[in-house]
Design a protein around this ligand. Structure first.
Ligand code: MG
Length: 249
């Protein structure tokens, strides 16, 4: 498989799918409450996607049973919403994909319930900053490794680790297209970034070690050492100048 360059029309379709993702995540952020079960968030995501005429990207993907991933505290990604109750101080990461008019958008946010610990607040802030650093590096003519190292450097220079076993990805008609976009790498390596490439950048940042483990449900990925983790993701398009963030609110 090779990297698929999108036409203006295709990017317009991705912009629509991506805006739906962003607006559903906004609704979820407003509805998030201590005491809520994570399946309630999934129900809201399903309702909002349907209302906007979109389909969930995740439901049924390799058998994933929900519309939304909800990953809490030491969970990094792929948490299945269910009976778990959200507590004061939790880091709640919400990851959502939508399909609209044949194209996909994919984004994630992490939110802290209430004030949270200073450690949790700093982690969330740095993870979002790492995503911004990756986006800033995603300029026409740069290399994929320039994005990866920007994310890695931002997180590691602040004392955190980046998850290595899961990566960002190309996105388009398929949720996962070429290339993989690791959150670690070397400057100047990998394919050149060209106008019309569409990528999902998604730093997953841990307070402790980068290693992960998969839970007993076969989906939820947690930090191996039990340390806190956060996750932010945007779908972007490479342009002639700065990248366009398709999943911007
Ligand atoms: Mg993704």
């Amino acid at each position: 498989m090779s990297i698929i360059i999108k036409s203006e029309r295709e990017i317009a379709a991705m912009r629509q799918a991506s805006r739906i993702v962003a607006s559903v995540l906004e609704v979820l952020k407003k509805e998030l409450r201590v005491g809520m079960k994570t399946k309630e968030l999934d129900n809201i995501a399903a309702r909002e996607l349907e209302r906007m005429g979109a389909k969930p990207s995740f439901k049924g993907y390799r058998g994933f049973p929900a519309n939304l991933c909800v990953s809490i505290n030491d969970e990094i990604v792929h948490g299945i919403p269910g009976e778990r109750t959200i507590n004061e101080g939790d880091i709640v990461s919400l990851d959502l994909g939508a399909i609209y008019d044949g194209f996909q958008g994919d984004a994630a946010i992490s939110a802290i319930m209430g004030n949270g610990s200073p450690q949790a607040r700093k982690l969330v802030e740095v993870t979002e900053g790492a995503l911004e650093a990756g986006i800033d590096a995603a300029c026409n003519g740069a290399r994929l490794g320039d994005i990866s190292i920007a994310i890695q450097h931002y997180a590691e220079s602040r004392g955190y680790s980046v998850v290595r076993e899961y990566t960002g990805h190309g996105i388009g008609r398929q949720m996962h297209e070429e290339p993989k976009v690791p959150n670690f790498g070397r400057p100047g390596e990998g394919p050149e970034l060209k106008k019309g490439m569409t990528l999902a950048l998604e730093p997953m940042v841990n307070i402790g070690d980068w290693r992960t483990r998969v839970g007993s449900d076969g989906w939820a990925v947690s930090t191996a050492d039990g340390s806190l983790s956060a996750h932010f993701e945007h779908t972007i398009a490479i342009t002639d100048s700065k990248p366009e963030v398709l999943t911007a609110v």
